[in-house]
Design a protein around this ligand. Sequence first.
Ligand code: PLP
Length: 495
Amino acid sequence: MSDPINPAASAPVGPASGSALDAEGFRRYGHDVIDWVADYLRDVSRYPVLPPVAPGDIRRRLPAVAPEHGEPMEAILRDYQEIILPGVTHWNHPRFFAYFPANNSGPSILGEILSAALGVNGMVWQSCPAATELEEVVMDWLRQLLDLPAPFRGVIQDTASTATLCALLCARERATGFDGNRAGCFGRGAPLRVYASTEAHSSVEKGVRIAGFGSENLVSVSTDASLAMDPGDLEARIQGDLAQGRRPCCVIATVGTTSSTALDPLGPIAEIAARHGLWMHVDAALAGSAALLPEKRHILAGVERVDSFSFNPHKWLFTNFDCSAFFCRHPETLIRTFAINPEYLKTAVDEQVTNYRDWGIALGRRFRALKLWFVLRQFGAEGLRARVREHLALAQEFRAWVESRPEFELLAPVPLNTVCFRYNPGGLGDEELERRNTRLLAAINASGRIFMTHTKLRGRYCLRVSIGQTQTHRADIQEAQETILTALASLGPGL
Ligand code: PLP
């Protein structure tokens, strides 16, 4: 697997072996795979960002049943190159501008390899003391880097969706005196209400459903001109619920909304939450990383009053998926919500240690702290800040470019790394603009040079460029601009 770009150039490596790899076999293929990864990271920009495949193309090339007999590694690695790789969307391509980033880096990948090699399950301290204690340490490093309150204790969850669900479950249990866990939530008392802005991520509604609140009890709070939660509307909706005999329970603020990175004002929301006894969770899935920068730390002003907070190093902190940092002011509430203590999990040191199995949903836990530790040490705080700072500057350059071109319309402020805009030659309604921008986006992505996605803001279809890949630099932004203009020109004036 020597050439990551041209599978035909790959020479077979070593003799066929259908049995489990011994140390020498592992070493041999391990070296090949590491060489391949190093080349891939260097050359990833040579791939089409979005693979030119149709639904079913990959599956059709794979056998319907698992092999009865072991196959040689050469065959597996060849199929990886010839079948799997052509169907890969290259998330770490420097011109991946879609969704939010899920970036990675060399140290992160090396940490992940070692974690896979150890294969530990860090469910309790005893099951891997180093996994627990390193997680405690790196989470406290992150807490300090983001200047989060000292009482916050951290735990790594798989995703921000899980972090939000954990917060919702804590909120439910605190509001019910831990009766939800004991007696169930169905049909008991007045409904518990959860508040989030109209721009909150869909994982909030999913969590509200799973935690038993019911979607009907998720209250959508309106946003201001910058698409941030309007605290006045939050207060009014809480008052309306109280007047109806409902029980306000939890508010979820978003710092860096998914569509446009709008910033809910934490201070005023926290003041309302405290007055009404609501659990307040902050979902900063992407934007938390920006708070590493002193000049951006203001986006978390007010966080000192909230109950829980999460952000994803797997989005914008060069730590490969999955790794979501969840901080809670009340670990005792978290533990009381999740702890279950069967005989077979008890240990002699339970009173002295952190057993992270009680800090979330799953019992089994990967050793995710290792890759985060590698990243934090190898980049150093200054290295992390420099990368994030460059992304923020590039986003401002892209915004300025959009604003300088009469055929484009900027559709939201750009406080962080994401620019929402549309092609708008003037004189057309929103529906026609949506049709044209949909065609434009398809042409842009078909080029394979860049990958962007879309969203809607206040019903208006937007193109969306989110800048946060580890290797993205100014030349990539310029190529994005050229690609957009070329696609526009290729579609002609009628689009
Ligand atoms: N919250 C916000 C604001 C997001 O933007 C996203 C994903 O982009 C999520 C939550 C969900 O993230 P995850 O995939 O880690 O669950």
